[in-house]
Design a protein around this ligand. Sequence first.
Ligand code: THG
Length: 372
Amino acid sequence: MTQIILNASNRLRRSPTFERVRAAGAKAYSVYNKTLIGQWFGTMEEDYAHLKSAVQVWDVGGERVVEVAGPDAQRLIQMTTPRDLSVLTDDQCAYIPMVDPQGGMLNDPVLTRLADDRYWLALADSDMLLYLKGLAAGLKLDTRVFEPDVWILAVQGPSADELIAKVFGEAATRTRFFRYTMVELGGKWMVLARSGWSVQGGFELYVDGSDHAGPIWDRLMEAGRGLDVRAGCPNLIERIEGGLLSYGNDMSVEHTPFEAGLGRSCTIDRDTGCLGHAALVAAREPQRQIRPVEIAGAKVPVVAALWPLTAPDGQPAGTVSSAAWSPEQQTNVAIAMVGRAYWTPGTELAVQAPDGERPVLVKDRFWGRKSA
Ligand code: THG
C-alpha cells in the first residue's frame, strides 16, 4: 500500500518549535487545529515507558489558543459551556465541555482565567474561533475574539516537578492541579499551569510570543539532561489508560457531555446562561456513555474508523473509538461508547475489528485511575 504523504503548505501552521520536534526525530505528522504536529519519537511502547518513568517536553502547539477579552468575555464563553464559570478563582484553569444549543459537544478546551474580562481557551480540534466570533457578532457582544501568539509546551512525567524546579525555581512547583502561576525566564513572563494530557502529572507553559518558544524548549532540554528528558507527545496507550478523551475521535457534536462522561462538568440545577442549558437538562439520563473496555487477543491495529460492538444476541451495543496494546496491562485497552443496556462493568461483548471479531469486557474504571 502507498504511504500517505503530507503535502506542506502555508495553510498548515507550524508551531515555533516545529523544527526542534523534527530534529528530535518525530516519526509521523498529523494536523490539529490546522497546525502540523509531530508524533512518536520511538515506538509508541517506548514513548509510553519513558513517559511513565522520566519526563518529556511536548510541543502541543496544535492546541491553539483563542483569547476572549472585553466586558462580555465571561458571558460569551458561558453561553457555550454548562460548566459554571462564576465560581472560578483568579488563578484557575478549567476543563470545560463546550456545547451548541442542542447540547452537542463542540469542543473540550482548557480555559484559563487571566482576569475577569480576559480568558484563554486552549482548544481541541474544532473551529471555536469562528463559532465565538459568530455568536459575538450576532449578539453584538462587547468582546474581542482572536488567536494570540501563544504556544503551549507541556512538561509531563514523574520527574516533571524536578525539571520545572530546576528551570523556574521550587516555588513554581507548589502550583496546585488546574491552577496556574506566572513564571519568568530570560525576562519573559508566562503562565505555568499544572495540567496536561497525561495522568503522570506535569505542567503546561503558555509561551506568549513565538520568539521565546525555541529558547525555552532548549532550556528545558538542557536542564533535564540528568533526568533523561526527551521530546514527546501525547501517548495513545497512556491516555486511554487515563481515560483522557480526544474530541472528534471519542466524542463529537453527536454527543452530549453526559454521553461523553463529562457530567461532573455540567451545572444543570440552575441556568448559568449556557445556550444548551434546556437541552442538557432534558439529556441528563443518557442512553449511551463512554466506557473503558478491554479487547482480547494480540495487539490491535489502529482504530481509523469506529469499530462496531455487538451483544451475544447480535444486537448493536456501541462502538470502539480508541484502542491500543498496553504493555503494562498485557491486554488491549480501549475507549468505547456503550449502550445503556450493556454498560454495566463485567458485561461481555464482541467487537468487529478489521482483523476479525474479538471478545470485549466492559471495565469498571480506567486503568490509570483510582476511581470510576
Ligand atoms: N491541554 C491544554 N489544552 C487542551 C488539551 C490539553 N485542549 C485540547 C485537549 N487537550 C482537551 N482535552 C483534555 C482532556 C482532559 C483533560 C484536559 C484536556 C484533563 N482532565 C483531567 C482529568 O480527567 O482528570 C481534569 C478534569 C477536570 O478537571 O474536570 O486534564 O491537554 N492546555
